[in-house]
Every structure is written in structure tokens, then in C-alpha cells.
Design a binder for this molecule. Structure first.
Ligand code: GLN
Length: 261
């Protein structure tokens, strides 16, 4: 299994470490060619507006969209969740939202840097102990479509308001923070910043699962390559491999620092 991590900006090395812990090979994705032959992709936390601009300037924006449309399994955390959503309220008007999962999010909907917080989440699908969750200028899911499975919610009174039970938006409700639709998994928090690997494990199991639309993926791979046909199985050729331990260098880090735009 070969999982790509969008490595334009954000907490790339943390996701690589999480996959490495699970014995899953990963490689950074910075150019359209890097998408070839991937079994899944992670869109990390960071700054969705910056990532969106870098997606355009790197030429990755449309090829990535084609892969997602064709059913490439994807995990998006925080900013990555925003990129995979249908619509980002309070985003830049030209910001990319791939519509890979039927949710609308409000950027920085839990508040800004000072209102970042940690808590424990019940995630019945993961069983066992609650999942530790770090929220940093996190997106708030405002709406989710009928095909979206909400795997975990954060109930108000809101921990991000120091226990004040005034709802930030509308009536008090349980806010979805971990959602899945088909082969797309999104978290408003950062599973890559804790040592609990169960969210990554779930993603890896989704890649292996029956939901994957293999034939369509193969077609998209051919389009990205723009060259000869691949028959039978997907092949990875001419693709730079990066070992699981190599660090991703030159990646701008903004996670947990400063204000969102
Ligand atoms: N607020 C950031 C954004 O828009 C997301 C923050 C994060 O990923 N920690 O994109």
C-alpha cells in the first residue's frame, strides 16, 4: 500500500510518522506526477487558503480533483477537511473545496488560536477508550448530507468556550467532528498530533475495504499519466519513492502558530 501525503504546507511529517507506526509506506505529493499509483492520500492540517493557492501554483489542483472524483480514498484533517468539503463558509472566495464529502464547514468555527483546545472524544466505531483530540483553529461542520456518517460529535456546552453553554452558532447541538462518506474520512481535529493511531488505522482499513472504486481509479491514473495504457493492475513506474523514515523537508509549518486568515 502506498499512501500519499499532500506536502505543500502543513503537518506532513506527523502524518508520515503515524503511517510509519502502522507499517504503511507513504510519500509526499508535491507535483501531479506524485499522484500516480497512490492507494490513498492524506490532506494534512495547516492553512487551507495557503494550501489552496499552492495547489493551483503547483499544477496539482485539477489532477488531484480528478483522482478524488474517481474515488481515491482520502483522509483530511482540519485544513484538509476544509479542502475535501463541499463549501467553506468564511473562506476565501477562490479557495478550493473538492466536494469529496457532503459537508459544509465554517473555517475557524470553533474560534481562533486562543480558543484551541484538547478533549477526549467518544468514537463508537473505533471502540475502546475515548480518542484524544487536539483542535486548533478548527473548522465547524455546519451541515452534513444524508450519505455522511457522523462517527463522532462534540456536544455543547462548548469546551472551546470554557464550559459556557452559549451556542456559537444557532441552537445548542452536537457538532460533527469525525465524518465519513464512502472512502473519504475527515476530522476537524488532528489525530496526527497525538500518539493514538486509531483514526489512521481506520483510514488504512478503508483503503483496503470494498468501497474502493478500482476501475475508475485506474482510468484516472491513465489520465494523469497522459501516456500509454496500464493493463490489469495499476503500476507505479518512474515515481520517486521516499522511504518511511525520510523527513519531508522544506515544508512550511504554520500549524499551531499565528492566526488563520
Ligand atoms: N483554520 C485553518 C484553515 O483554514 C485550519 C487550521 C488547522 O489545520 N489547524 O484552514
Amino acid at each position: 500500500m502506498d499512501v500519499g501525503i499532500l506536502a505543500l504546507q502543513g503537518d506532513v511529517s506527523e502524518h508520515r510518522a503515524a503511517l510509519n507506526d502502522l507499517g504503511v509506506a507513504s510519500r509526499p505529493v508535491r507535483r501531479p506526477e506524485d499522484l500516480v499509483g497512490l492507494d490513498g492520500i492524506i490532506l494534512p492540517g495547516g492553512e487551507s487558503t495557503t494550501m489552496s493557492m499552492l495547489l493551483d501554483s503547483s499544477g496539482l489542483a485539477d489532477p488531484l480533483g480528478k483522482e478524488l472524483d474517481a474515488g481515491l480514498p482520502a483522509l483530511g484533517t482540519c485544513a484538509g477537511m476544509i479542502l475535501l468539503s463541499d463549501e467553506a463558509v468564511d473562506g476565501r472566495p477562490d479557495q478550493r473545496c473538492y466536494g469529496a464529502i457532503d459537508i459544509t464547514v465554517r473555517r475557524n468555527g470553533f474560534g481562533r488560536q486562543l480558543e484551541s483546545f484538547e478533549c477526549e472524544l467518544d468514537v463508537p466505531a473505533l471502540g475502546g477508550a475515548p480518542v484524544p483530540a487536539v483542535f486548533i483553529r478548527a473548522p465547524l461542520v455546519e451541515t452534513s448530507g444524508p450519505d455522511v456518517e457522523v462517527l463522532s460529535t462534540l456536544a455543547q456546552p462548548a469546551p472551546w468556550r470554557g464550559g459556557d453553554d452559549a451556542a456559537p452558532f444557532g441552537a445548542p447541538r452536537a457538532v460533527p467532528v469525525l465524518c465519513r462518506q464512502g472512502v473519504v474520512l475527515v476530522a476537524a481535529f488532528h489525530p496526527e498530533l497525538t500518539s493514538d493511531r486509531r483514526v489512521h488505522e481506520l483510514f488504512v482499513s478503508m483503503i483496503d475495504g470494498p468501497a474502493r472504486r478500482g476501475a475508475e481509479r485506474l482510468e484516472a491514473t491513465k489520465q494523469v499519466r497522459g501516456t500509454e495504457q496500464v493493463s490489469g493492475t495499476e503500476q507505479v513506474s518512474g515515481t520517486e519513492r521516499v522511504s518511511g523514515t525520510e523527513r519531508v523537508s522544506g515544508t512550511e509549518r504554520v500549524l499551531g502558530t499565528g492566526e488563520g486568515r
